[in-house]
Design a protein around this ligand. Structure first.
Ligand code: SF4
Length: 300
């Protein structure tokens, strides 16, 4: 049977080194002792089920306590005051904060020390953003034009970004902050992580040839949702699935090339399951985009 469509995998896709290392550290602890993860380790249902099967339970970072002696701070990080609170209460804390989230914390605290009014370009209430602003309650969080409009004047603004925001959106909002307060000094520390930039850029390549893009990722994974939104902005039809069984055949109708990518918390086996399912529906894999390994040292 002739293939009905081609399947093209993005050059960069799927689980980043930060999530991979956080998952490995959590599995190591959970396989030895009962442990409570202080939130969702990553925003991916498949990964959460895997940890649940190991006996790891989920709690809340802001809770007063946990039922296990071991607690785990997630890859999204936490405010120093929360980390300290758990340690002071006698819990054994395993900290799986991604080094690139930590870098954003350091950048923000330096800006505050230098006297800048802190701004985080990111989603209000997202766990990473709450961790960033937790130690700096005066920080402003912006992700929309009205939020930029509402910024009170300051002579000096120091800006960082949530690590998983698309860099174009961050640069656009930065420009709007400058326009809103043209006499203010606005310093920006680019804290969008390289794996996010790589996946966004690889999506641009994908959208040049694919009519339909499938993003494999958790329903509340910010970077997976950003991939879907970006593909749609570029004129591609796009949908997100957590696993292959969620794929609807009618999504594929009329597509000669189906692009596949995945968020930074998606397991390789989830992507492989989606690829195999697409093959069973008449797709044939193309080999033009090869995945390159991320040189971890160059990201730090
Ligand atoms: S998405 Fe970026 S910041 Fe978040 S865990 Fe992965 S590498 Fe770290």
């Amino acid at each position: 049977m002739k293939p009905q469509f081609r399947i093209l995998l993005a050059q960069h896709y799927g689980m980043c080194f930060g999530v991979r290392d956080a998952l490995a550290a959590t599995e190591k602890v959970a396989s030895r002792r009962p442990a409570t993860i202080l939130g969702e380790l990553v925003h991916n249902e498949v990964v959460r089920q895997r940890l649940n099967a190991l006996g790891a339970r989920e709690g809340k970072l802001e809770a007063a306590g946990a039922t296990t002696a071991d607690v785990i701070v997630t890859a999204h990080g936490a405010a120093d005051r929360d980390r300290k609170r758990w340690k002071d209460a006698g819990y054994r804390v395993t900290d799986t904060t991604c080094p690139l989230v930590r870098r954003a914390h350091v950048a923000l605290s330096r800006l505050v020390l230098e006297g800048y009014t802190p701004i985080v370009i990111g989603k209000q209430g997202h766990v990473e953003v709450s961790g960033l602003t937790g130690d700096f309650p005066a920080a402003h969080v912006v992700l929309s034009d009205p939020e930029v409009e509402a910024l009170p004047f300051s002579e000096r603004f120091g800006v960082v970004a949530q690590t998983t925001q698309p860099i174009e959106r961050v640069e656009d909002l930065l420009e709007k902050i400058r326009q809103r307060h043209p006499t203010a000094e606005v310093v920006f520390k680019d804290t969008v992580c390289q794996p996010t930039k790589d996946r966004q850029k690889a999506l641009d390549q994908l959208c040049e040839v694919a009519e339909f893009v499938l993003v494999v990722g958790g329903h509340n994974s910010n970077n997976s949702l950003q991939l879907v939104e970006k593909a749609r902005r570029r004129g591609c039809r796009a949908e997100r699935v957590t696993r292959s069984t969620e794929i609807r055949e009618d999504w594929l109708s009329g597509a000669r090339v189906v692009g596949v990518t995945a968020g930074t918390s998606t397991l390789k086996e989830s992507v492989e399951g989606v690829l195999r399912h697409l093959e069973s529906l008449g797709g044939k894999r193309m080999a033009s985009f090869q995945r390159t390994r991320e040189p971890v040292k160059s990201l730090l």
